[in-house]
Design a protein around this ligand. Structure first.
Ligand code: XMP
Length: 323
């Protein structure tokens, strides 16, 4: 019979046996899956695991600190943080096209991650033979690998390392669904904010700024997003919504009035949705008083934002993200 305790014990034993005295690495994204996978492997092999966190500067307020401080405190994991925010901003300079932004962020991410990987491999210490990934059961089924029982398959590195280097994959969540992963994470003592985190795209706030991504715009959006999240949490709505992208229309300005002056600022879009699997979604009917509070706070507290609008489009035809 299925219990989180059984799953953890089985995986810990299997991973220990598999890894032996070699080393493993794991990329952390700030998301639930990589965090729980890393925590499980850490429990099994301790300091033989090194985690890598690439800070691309596109995270929401407090998320990088959550990984660097809270996750490390909860697990004792050995973590290498690479602050690459300048590099990402440079690469994104002058780019407004969504697909181009995604390509650039993906490419830079792989480069930075592989450089960190190469540094770890070059360390003194046993050979790094394993790469940990937070693949879930639905991912396995989608990619047609649902019948296998092994939780190891080989994985060729995409570049930046010697050609013949091949990691063996450790995918300890391969048989689990998302809600089970959250339960395992909770049992492992991970912070609530990480275990219950709503979906957030890999390219982060980079695809929630319609227009060019700049440091100033990221700071504005981070503030607005933090206010929306805070008020949704305070209203007890976290479990009712699937996710709520907050989008800065950086290329749009509208006239407003504040105090006794005319303003010419940017709109912020709230995109709360309910969904089962993100394939389709409906816009969430949030209580008006919660929307009012978010709107008042954002326009009062976030410089250069003078308007808050609500996205009332379902998916299809609208996607959940704006880019
Ligand atoms: P869309 O906008 O396609 O989003 O309706 C569906 C779900 O996927 C998330 N999303 C991403 N997740 N990398 C990710 O890891 C991405 O590039 C990406 N783009 C969209 C989105 O937040 C939603 O949950």
């Amino acid at each position: 019979n299925w219990t989180t305790g059984n799953v953890i014990d089985e995986q810990v034993a299997a991973i220990r046996e598999l890894v032996g005295d070699k080393r493993a690495i794991c990329g952390l994204s700030g998301g639930v899956d990589s965090a729980v996978a890393a925590a499980l492997v850490q429990k099994a092999i301790g300091s033989q695991l090194t985690c890598v966190y690439v800070d691309h500067g596109l995270m929401r307020k407090g998320e990088t600190e959550q990984v660097e401080k809270d996750f490390v405190a909860a697990t004792g994991v050995q973590l290498k943080v690479v602050d690459a925010s300048e590099r990402f901003l440079d690469a994104l300079k002058g780019v407004s096209d969504p697909e181009e932004k995604r390509k650039i962020i993906g490419r830079e991410f792989i480069r930075v991650f592989e450089q960190a990987q190469a540094e770890i491999i070059a360390d003194e210490g046993p050979a790094v033979e394993f790469l940990v990934q937070g693949t879930l059961y639905p991912d396995v089924v989608e990619s047609g690998g649902g019948t296998g029982t092994a939780n190891i398959k080989s994985h060729h590195n995409v570049g930046g390392l010697p050609e013949d280097l091949e990691f063996k994959l450790i995918e300890p969540l391969r048989k689990l669904f998302k809600d089970e992963v959250r339960m395992v994470g909770q049992e492992l003592g991970l912070p609530e904010e990480i275990v219950q985190r709503q979906p957030f795209p890999g390219p982060g706030l980079g695809i929630r700024i319609v227009g060019e991504v700049t440091k100033e715009r990221l700071d504005l959006l981070r503030e607005a997003d933090a206010i929306a999240r805070e008020e949704l949490t305070a209203a007890g709505l976290d479990r009712d919504i699937w996710q709520c992208p907050v989008v800065l229309l950086a290329d749009v300005r509208s006239v407003g009035v504040q105090g006794d002056g005319r303003t010419y600022g940017h709109p912020i879009v709230l995109r709360p949705v309910s969904s089962e699997d993100a394939m389709t979604a409906d816009w969430s009917r949030l209580p008006y008083d919660v929307l009012a509070k978010i709107s008042t706070r954002i326009t009062n507290e976030v410089r250069d934002v003078n308007r808050v609008v609500l996205d009332v489009t379902s998916k299809p035809p609208g996607t959940i993200e704006w880019e």
